[in-house]
Design a protein around this ligand. Structure first.
Ligand code: DQA
Length: 148
């Protein structure tokens, strides 16, 4: 099982970026923990981060042909703005889970709406790096179920 882990804008700054909101783990260390859990579950992770909306769209668009079984995505600020990312997830028709470190529902009003959530299996938000680990467990279970 092969899973694409997408991280959007400004997440390369994790570790120093507003640690009171996002925690002090770096993106590399979070990806390392996701990969360690993936190894336990018997799946592989390919991680991609970009600050450029079109690069994220292209990467998602290539995912089905690239042999991926599912997508975990923290689209960061593009969650709240991007019809293009939503359409990309919808187009590849792979199971996807939206994640956020922070609980976006408890934050500013403009973070309450997600363009992406309606084309995802579900959303996990508010658990810091554990949001990613929970998403991996959920996606792994969903894909196993689907392939039964
Ligand atoms: C975020 C929440 C978004 O609202 C914000 O723009 C981010 C990070 C999170 O992981 O909590 O950049 O996706």
């Amino acid at each position: 099982m092969k899973i694409l882990l997408i991280n959007g804008p400004n997440l390369q700054l994790l570790g120093t970026r507003e640690p009171g909101i996002y925690g002090s783990d770096t993106l590399d260390s979070i990806i390392g923990e996701v990969k360690a859990l993936a190894a336990e579950l018997g799946c592989t992770i390919e991680a991609f981060q970009s600050n450029v909306e079109g690069e994220l769209v292209s990467r998602i668009g290539e995912a089905a042909a690239g042999g991926f079984d599912g997508i975990i995505i923290n689209a960061a600020a593009y969650t709240h703005t991007s019809v293009a990312l939503r359409d990309a997830i919808s187009a590849v028709a792979l199971p996807a889970i939206e994640v956020h470190l922070s609980n976006t529902a408890r934050r500013e009003e403009f973070r309450h709406h997600s363009f992406i959530a309606p084309v995802c299996l579900g959303v996990i938000a508010g658990f810091g790096k554990n949001s990613y680990l929970l998403a991996l467990r959920a996606l792994h279970a969903e894909i196993l179920q689907k392939n039964k």
